[in-house]
Design a binder for this molecule. Structure first.
Ligand SMILES: Cc1cc2nc3c(=O)[nH]c(=O)nc-3n(C[C@H](O)[C@H](O)[C@H](O)COP(=O)(O)O)c2cc1C
Length: 209
C-alpha cells in the first residue's frame, strides 16, 4: 500500500507512524511551574541528539482540551526553562501510566502515582527517586511543528547532569540493560519489554585495491 499523509488525514497518519516507529523510549518528564508546583508526564516521541553538547529532544503534541492549548509539561518548561527526563523501567511502568492521565494543573502526579520527588543537582524540578537514570536539562530551544490536532512542539534540552544508579553500571561504566529493565512504547496501549539482546560487529570500509 502507498499512503499520501495529506490525503489519509492526521489520525490515520498518526496510526501508521506510531505503529511503525517502534519501539520508542519513554521520556518521563518532571517539571515545575513558577509557584513550585510539580508535574510529571511520559512522552515517547523522544530521542537523544548529540553528546557534544549533550542534548536530547521530545515532542509535546497540541491539546485541544486545555484553555492555553498547551500541556502542563510544555507550559512549565516555557516558564522555568528546566526539566528532568527520568527513564521508565519495569518497576515504574504502572506509575508512569498513572501520570499520563490528563489531570488539571493543580494535581501533582508524583502524589497520585505515589512517587518520590527528590531534589535534582542543578535544576529546580525534582527527579523521580524511583528512576535509576535521570537527565537534568536546561531548555535549548522549542520548535513548533504545524498547527491544530496532531501538531507538536519539539523541546530540545541541553543535559546538565546525569544520574545513574550505581548498581546498573558495570566496572567500565557501561549500563547493564538486564539491570536497567527499560520499557519501550509501541502503538496505542501496547508496550514492550527489552530482554532479548544480540550483538553485531560494525564493519570498516575496505577501499578496492
Ligand atoms: C507511554 C506514553 C507516551 C506518550 N507520549 C507522548 C508524546 O510523545 N507526546 C505527547 O504530547 N503526549 C504523549 N503522551 C500523552 C501525555 O503523557 C499526556 O497527554 C499527559 O497527560 C501530559 O501531561 P501534562 O499535561 O501534565 O504535560 C504519552 C502517554 C503515554 C502513556
Amino acid at each position: 500500500m502507498e499512503f499520501n499523509p495529506f490525503e489519509i488525514g492526521q489520525p490515520e497518519t498518526y496510526k501508521l507512524m506510531t505503529g511503525c516507529i517502534v519501539p520508542r523510549p519513554i521520556a518521563w518528564v518532571s517539571t515545575q511551574n513558577r509557584a513550585g508546583q510539580h508535574n510529571l508526564a511520559p512522552f515517547s516521541f523522544f530521542t537523544g541528539i548529540s553528546s557534544n553538547p549533550p542534548s536530547l529532544c521530545f515532542a509535546v503534541t497540541f491539546t485541544p482540551f486545555h484553555p492555553t492549548k498547551k500541556k502542563d509539561t510544555l507550559r512549565n518548561i516555557l516558564e522555568l526553562g528546566e526539566f528532568v527526563v527520568n527513564i521508565v523501567t519495569e518497576k515504574t511502568v504502572l506509575a508512569m501510566n498513572e501520570t499520563a492521565t490528563d489531570f488539571p494543573e493543580a494535581i501533582d502526579e508524583f502524589r497520585v502515582a505515589e512517587l518520590t520527588p527528590i531534589p535534582s543537582k542543578v535544576v529546580k524540578p525534582p527527579r523521580v527517586a524511583e528512576s535509576p537514570v535521570c537527565f537534568e536539562c536546561k531548555l535549548h530551544t522549542t520548535v513548533p511543528i504545524g498547527e491544530g490536532p496532531g501538531s507538536a512542539t519539539l523541546i530540545i534540552g541541553l543535559i546538565q547532569h546525569i544520574f545513574v544508579q550505581d548498581d546498573i553500571l558495570n566496572e567500565r561504566n557501561y549500563v547493564d540493560l538486564q539491570k536497567l529493565q527499560p520499557i519501550g512504547r509501541l502503538a496505542g496501549k501496547e508496550f514492550c519489554h527489552l530482554n532479548d539482546f544480540f550483538a553485531l560487529e560494525r564493519k570498516t570500509y575496505q577501499p578496492p585495491s
